[in-house]
Design a protein. Sequence first.
Length: 318
Amino acid sequence: MASTTTSDLNSGDPFDNASVAARLAELPSVADAQALTVTMEHGDFAGFQATPAHPDPQLGDALLLHGWPEFAACWEQTAAILLEHGMSVFAYDQRGYSPGARPESVDEYTMPHLVADLDEISRAVGLDRFHLVGHDWGGMVAWHFAANHPERLRTSTVVSTPHPIAHVKQVQADPDQYERMGYLRAIQDHPEGVARTLLRGDGQRLIDLYAGDVPDDMAASYVSRLSEPGAMDAVLKYYQAADGRARLSSTPVTVPTSFVWGSRDIAFPRGTAELTAKYVEGPYRFVPLEGASHWLPESHPGEIAREVLALAREHAGA
């Protein structure tokens, strides 16, 4: 049985869910915003939800799903723009990131669990059909969710992360893509060592990953939260579980989809991004952002929001 309650977990952190909700609530375009905890059988998931002062009935709701190493707070500016245009928003911290949902077993971080979280949590907060927006690991979940639960989605906007089959094929065929996945192999081989390295010296190595594309205060917030006991170990289990363990069946993506990608992405080169089109059978648009990095929710919220809104309006009757 799932339930939702208002929440102020991690209060005082400038980029926790309570702080994000408080800032959104102050916007003239927002009727209500609050932090909440969604209690499931397998954990408590922290998030925030907001409704616009002037909802556009054609647009409906957006669910925003973050990646690694970020939190739901990465979507604050994107959410503000969507709300201004009349779209409701909901975002949550995925398992491992939510303090109340940090299972110990690596097997608990396989893709079927992540997709089930999205399915169950979205229902718990009252979302029947919605526009899904996912970045990095959130984007990977979005691809699998769209393939396996198309009836739940109105549109899907994937940010930075190519289609999983395109990625696997390019890892095998493209030496550049293979080399860029060196960090994944390092995590799988030595997760404890990677965790220590990323957090050493007040998380400087982690901050360096953002390469200035994440504002300093937000990067410091991410480091602070990932430095909580067990947090970094938990979120690295996503990569440990990506070794051929439990998988979802692969079916064509028929949901109207946009793929937003930055040409300076550190993980995914252009060839992999462009190959993604081969694995989408529904309406599809590739949106390359020249000169943009991997950290698009923080650095390019306007471009993401515009694409979400454009795709929603194009398929408003679907």
